[in-house]
Design a protein around this ligand. Structure first.
Ligand code: CMC
Length: 436
């Protein structure tokens, strides 16, 4: 696919008086790249790019993102159209299969998800052996990794079974997430129910009780659908790149996704949604003085950052944050919870930060995580499960990216280079003569 976008134009790079001609690639939305793959062989030079700020690792047909204009599209559809009109299952199908499902395709995909909802009973025993207060992210990552031992279709060409594996994973991750929560409370497990939709089923598994049946609220189901859709893919972010990098060594889908879950755990990545709620709570408990937190975030000697602000690629308002903010207002109103003090603090904080030169100069806007925790909290999801919710949403994107990587004619094992800056080669010193 990428080779179709190589143009006749060449970039010229002059080093030590010699000119190298490097192919120019222009993507379908006009993004431009200089292809440097042959540079080292031809010149002996590599390019340095710590944090991959300016490095394209692949061509992809899945997600288009323009951070300057605040655009996010999955398979060509805007995130707003998808969030306004689709269920999460429809979007999962779109990401994995490349096109929106027809009614029949959606029904078939939905039936697969329903039939794969249970997890092997032997896997359920695993939950008993995590110590109390284990992180739900570590449980999720371990359990997803273990799935490869239980589901045999990983053997052979995985692309032959990818539809089945995708449905299996998307369905089972929801059960694993809900079971880990129930286990952490010491409460009986609630099995998936064939009569419920994807999101309603998850909520039921989380909150139903033998003594107090859970009532499905359509407003909550709709907000959850939106949140999962907004998280479903975000091109080559840290966890997705991890999934691709691990998978590039020809590791199975479950193990690759398990690595992605670990990457997402980090507070600078998916862990930020939990950190936002802790920050808003701290501000609330200490009298609501959010300006003090803004000042701390601006202080170069203080490591504190305003969590939920800033993004590596969005240098404009994160389009997901806008949709989440509206969904948050709507849901809290319909639940009669619109006087949530944390929501008030979040809005005031946003207002102050958006008018502050420090944030303006650095293009720091609220990101997807700024408001999502407020919705999760209103739904009843505990803060240590917020990043698990992010993983549930991101899963179809990871699967689509892994599938694309596996099938890519340009595939190579991921292997960055480095510039060595350690000691020059030196004589070995036997232990007897080493100075204490
Ligand atoms: N609060 C205060 N200052 C900030 C913030 C923040 N949240 N984010 C960036 N800056 C400053 C940073 O100190 C630096 O200032 P200076 O140029 O004076 O040194 C400048 O802005 C550029 O920051 P950076 O760290 O070079 O930017 P980055 O692209 O490497 O980092 C980020 C992106 C998301 C890690 C960062 O903005 C951050 O730490 N934000 C808070 C954590 C957060 O909300 N993460 C969720 C990201 S969205 C969901 C996801 O992708 O998982």
């Amino acid at each position: 696919m990428l080779h179709n976008f190589v143009t006749d134009k060449k970039a010229e790079l002059k080093i030590d008086g010699k000119t190298y001609y490097l192919p120019i690639i222009v993507g379908s939305e006009g993004e431009k790249a200089v292809d440097i793959r042959t540079l080292r062989t031809e010149s002996g030079y590599i390019t340095m790019d710590s944090g991959y700020m300016n490095t394209g690792s692949c061509g992809s047909e899945i997600t288009y993102l323009d951070g300057e204009k605040g655009i996010l599209n999955y398979r060509g559809y805007t995130i707003k159209d998808l969030a306004d009109n689709c269920t999460f299952v429809e979007v999962a199908y779109l990401l994995v299969h490349g096109s929106l499902p027809t009614r029949t395709e959606l029904d078939e995909f939905g039936s697969l998800l329903t039939s794969f909802g249970m997890i092997h009973e032997d896997l359920i025993h695993f939950f008993d052996h995590f110590p109390p207060n284990s992180s739900p992210m570590s449980i999720l990552s371990s359990m997803v990794n273990s799935l490869s031992n239980f589901y045999a279709e990983m053997k052979g060409d995985p692309l032959e079974n990818i539809d089945k594996m995708a449905a299996r994973l998307i369905s089972k991750i929801r059960t694993i997430a809900a079971f880990s929560y129930r286990k952490s409370l010491g409460q009986p497990l609630v099995y998936p129910n064939h009569d419920y939709s994807y999101c309603a089923n998850f909520l039921n598994m989380m909150f139903d009780s033998p003594v107090k049946p859970y009532e499905i609220n359509e407003e909550i189901v709709s907000a959850l659908n939106k949140l999962l859709i907004l998280h479903a893919d975000h091109e080559q972010n840290c966890s997705t790149s991890t999934v691709r990098l691990v998978g590039s060594a020809r590791v199975n889908l479950y193990a690759s996704i398990s690595a992605g879950i670990s990457a997402l755990w980090g507070p600078l990545h998916g862990g930020a949604n939990e950190a936002v709620i802790h920050m808003l709570n701290d501000i609330y408990k200490t009298g609501g003085n959010f300006k003090k937190y803004v000042e701390r975030a601006k202080n170069p000697t203080d490591p504190f950052r305003l969590v939920g602000f800033g993004h590596r690629v969005y240098k404009n308002y994160d389009p997901r944050a806008q949709i989440i903010k509206e969904a948050c207002d709507k849901m809290l109103k319909s639940l009669g919870m619109s006087d949530d003090p944390l929501l008030d603090i979040a809005k005031e904080l946003e207002d102050v930060a958006l008018r502050d030169d420090y944030f303006i100069e650095r293009n720091l806007y609220p990101n997807v995580d700024f408001y999502s925790g407020i919705i999760y909290r209103a739904i009843g999801i505990p803060s240590n499960m917020f990043t698990v919710m992010f993983a549930l949403g991101r899963l179809p994107g990871w699967i689509a990216q892994w599938k694309e990587m596996w099938d890519d004619p340009n595939w190579r094992i991921g292997r960055p280079r480095q510039i060595y800056v350690g000691p020059k080669q030196r004589p070995f010193i036997p232990i007897e003569v080493r100075k204490e």
